[in-house]
Design a protein around this ligand. Structure first.
Ligand code: FAD
Ligand code: NAD
Length: 488
C-alpha cells in the first residue's frame, strides 16, 4: 500500500458487506482499498459460514437420502460409506473457488487489497498490521467499517473447536461424534445439527425458548419443522436452559434444567456445539482513538445513511443493526456506496428473506402471525400443503406447506412462510411480491383500460405458474388466502 496517496474510500473488513462495497466503489470510479486480516476475502460467509455449511448440508443430505430414501424409488444401492476427509475437501474446493473469485473481481474493478489488521489511528487514517510482516497506514476521505461478527461464547465452556465448538468447528470436524449436544436451537444449531445427525451423530438440541428456529420464524412453521427434524432423528429440549458445563473430562457434561426452574439433568456429549447467537466484532479496531462507541449489544451506531457520528465513517453488515445475513450485508454494501456517490441508496428492511437450509428448507419473508397479533393487525391466512402438489408428489418429497398472510382489508401480502424442498428458491417470488406491494389475489375488472392502467390489480393468485412445479403451491396458497385453492 502506498502511504502517501489518499483513497476516496478505505474499507476495513473484506466480508460480504466490505467486498461488495469495494467492488461497487471500484465500478463507480472511486479510488478504493479494502483491508482484510483473514488472508482470504469473503468473510465469515464464504470462509466459515454460508458456503462451507451449505456444501456439508448438500452432501450430508445426499448421503442420508441414499441410505434411507432409495428403495421405494426402485433404486438398490450397495454398501454406502462415508469419507469425511473427502467431504471436507469438497467443501474446501467450493470455498477456495469463491474466495479466489473475489480476489479476481477486486483486480478487475481496481480495488486495492491490503492483507492485514486495520485499526483507526485518527478519523482519516487506518494503521495496518500486515499479515506478511511490517506495518503501513492508509488514509481515506471516507472509511467503511465492515468487521462483521463472532460467535457469542457460553459462560463456563472454553471453546477449543474440537470438543466445545462454534459453527467454525462444526464445519471442520474430522470424525463423526457419537453424541452431540447443541446449545441454541436457532439457524446454526439446526443446520449444523442436521449435518451431523444425518452423518450418524445422536444430536440433542437444547433451546431456552418454547420454539426452535431463532428470531422471526412463524410459530406454526416452527412446530412443523420441529416434527420433521424429530422424525429424522434429532432430539429437542425446549424451554430448557443450560446452567453449567464441564469440559475437563474426556466427554463434555452440560447441566440443563427447565427455563422456569425445575429438576436438573446432566447431558453427556463427545462434542458440544455452542450456537446461541453472534455478536458484532470490533476488537482491536481502535474505535477509542476516534471516540466511537458501540451500543449495549456491541453494535456500531449509525443513521439511515449508515453514517456514524463521524459522518465520513460508515458501518455496514453484521457489525451494525439488523439481521445478521449475508444478503442484507450485500445490500448495505451497495447502498452505502450509493449514498456516498449519489446521495441516495435503498434497502427495504421489510423485505429481506430468511432461509434455513435444512431438509426440507424453511424460508420466509415479511411478518409472521405472532408479530401481526402483537401489532393488532387483522389478517387472513391461506395455506397449501406440498402433499397436494403434483411435482412434490412425483419427487416423493411432499413434506411442508406454503403459508400466505395478507391484510384482511386490503389483501396486501404481509408475510409468506414456506417449509418445503427448495423453499429457499421459492421465497424469491414472495420477496419480489412483497417488494412490489402485491396482494394475494388482486381484483379482476371487466374494464380493460383500467386493468392495463392499474397493472397491480392482478397479483400472485392470478399469475400463471408452470405445471408441474413446486411453485404452483405458492400460487394456490395465495388463492387460499381469499378463497379456496383448487387442488386441496
Ligand atoms: P463478515 O463476513 O464477518 O466479515 C467481516 C470481515 O472483517 C472478516 O473476514 C474479518 O476477518 C474482517 N475483519 C474484522 N476486523 C478486522 C480488522 N480490524 N482489520 C481487517 N479485517 C478485519 N447468512 C446468510 O445470509 N445465509 C447463510 O446461509 C448463512 N449461513 C451462515 C452459516 C454460519 C455457520 C455462520 C456463522 C453465518 C452464516 N450466515 C449466513 C451469516 C453471514 O455469514 C453473515 O451475515 C455475513 O458474513 C456478514 O457479512 P459482514 O461482511 O458483515 O461480516
Ligand atoms: P440465532 O439467534 O438464530 O439462534 C440462537 C438461539 O439460541 C435462539 O433460539 C436462542 O433462544 C437460543 N439461546 C440463546 N441463549 C441460549 C441459552 N443460554 N441456552 C439455550 N438456548 C439459547 O443464532 P445462531 O443460530 O447462533 O446464528 C447466528 C447468526 O448467524 C444469526 O443471525 C443467523 O441469522 C446467522 N446465520 C444465518 C444462516 C442462514 O441464513 N441460513 C445460517 C447460519 C447462521
Amino acid at each position: 500500500a502506498s502511504e502517501s496517496e489518499e483513497k476516496d474510500l478505505v474499507i476495513i473488513g473484506g466480508g460480504v458487506a466490505g467486498y461488495v462495497a469495494a467492488i461497487k466503489a471500484g465500478q463507480s470510479g472511486l479510488k478504493v482499498a479494502c483491508i482484510e486480516k483473514r488472508g482470504s476475502l469473503g468473510g465469515t460467509c464464504l470462509n466459515v459460514g454460508c458456503i462451507p455449511s451449505k456444501s456439508l448440508l448438500n452432501n450430508s443430505h445426499l448421503y442420508h437420502q441414499i441410505l434411507h430414501d432409495t428403495k421405494h424409488r426402485g433404486i438398490t444401492v450397495g454398501e454406502v460409506k462415508i469419507d469425511i476427509a473427502q467431504m471436507m475437501k469438497a467443501k474446501e474446493s467450493s470455498v477456495t473457488g469463491l474466495t479466489k473469485g473475489i480476489e479476481f473481481l477486486f483486480k478487475k474493478n481496481n480495488v486495492e487489497y491490503i492483507k492485514g489488521t486495520g485499526a483507526f489511528q485518527d478519523e482519516h487514517t487506518v494503521a495496518v498490521n500486515l499479515i506478511d510482516g511490517g506495518e503501513t497506514t492508509v488514509r481515506g476521505k471516507n472509511i467503511f467499517i465492515s468487521t462483521g461478527s463472532e460467535a457469542t461464547p457460553f459462560p463456563g465452556l472454553t471453546i477449543d473447536e474440537k470438543k466445545v465448538i462454534t459453527s467454525t468447528g462444526a464445519i471442520a470436524l474430522q470424525e463423526i461424534p457419537k453424541k452431540m449436544v447443541v446449545i441454541g436451537g436457532g439457524i446454526i444449531g439446526l443446520e449444523m445439527g442436521s449435518v451431523w445427525s444425518r452423518l450418524g451423530s445422536e444430536v440433542t438440541v437444547v433451546e431456552f425458548l418454547g420454539q426452535i428456529g431463532g428470531p422471526g420464524m412463524d410459530a406454526e412453521i416452527s412446530k412443523q419443522i420441529q416434527k420433521m427434524l424429530t422424525k429424522q432423528g434429532m432430539k429437542f429440549k425446549l424451554n430448557t436452559k443450560v446452567t453449567q458445563g464441564d469440559d475437563s473430562g474426556e466427554s463434555v457434561k452440560v447441566n440443563v434444567e427447565a427455563a422456569k426452574g425445575g429438576k436438573e439433568e446432566v447431558l453427556d456429549a463427545d462434542v458440544v456445539l455452542v450456537a446461541i447467537g453472534r455478536r458484532p466484532y470490533t476488537a482491536g479496531l481502535g474505535l477509542e482513538n476516534i471516540g466511537l462507541e458501540t451500543d449495549e449489544k456491541g453494535r456500531i451506531v449509525i443513521d439511515q445513511e449508515y453514517r456514524t457520528k463521524i459522518p465520513h465513517i460508515r458501518a455496514i453488515g453484521d457489525v451494525t443493526f439488523g439481521p445478521m445475513l449475508a444478503h442484507k450485508a450485500e445490500e448495505e454494501g451497495v447502498a452505502a456506496v450509493e449514498y456516498l456517490t449519489k446521495g441516495y441508496g435503498h434497502v427495504n428492511y421489510g423485505a429481506i428473506p430468511s432461509v434455513m437450509y435444512t431438509h426440507p428448507e424453511v424460508a420466509w419473508v415479511g411478518q409472521n402471525e405472532q408479530e401481526l397479533k402483537a401489532a393488532n393487525v387483522k389478517y387472513r391466512v391461506g395455506t397449501f400443503p406440498f402433499s397436494a402438489n403434483s411435482r412434490a408428489k412425483t419427487n416423493l418429497d411432499t413434506e411442508g406447506l406454503v403459508k400466505f398472510i395478507s391484510d384482511a382489508e386490503t389483501d396486501r401480502i404481509l408475510g409468506i412462510h414456506i417449509i418445503g424442498p427448495n423453499a429457499g428458491e421459492m421465497i424469491a417470488e414472495g420477496t419480489l411480491a412483497l417488494e412490489y406491494g402485491a396482494s394475494s389475489e388482486g381484483k379482476p375488472t371487466n374494464n380493460y383500460k383500467l386493468s392495463t392502467l392499474l397493472i397491480i390489480t392482478l397479483d400472485v393468485a392470478r399469475t400463471s405458474h408452470a405445471h408441474p412445479t413446486l411453485s404452483e403451491a405458492f400460487k394456490e396458497a395465495a388463492m387460499a388466502t381469499y378463497d379456496k385453492a383448487i387442488h386441496y
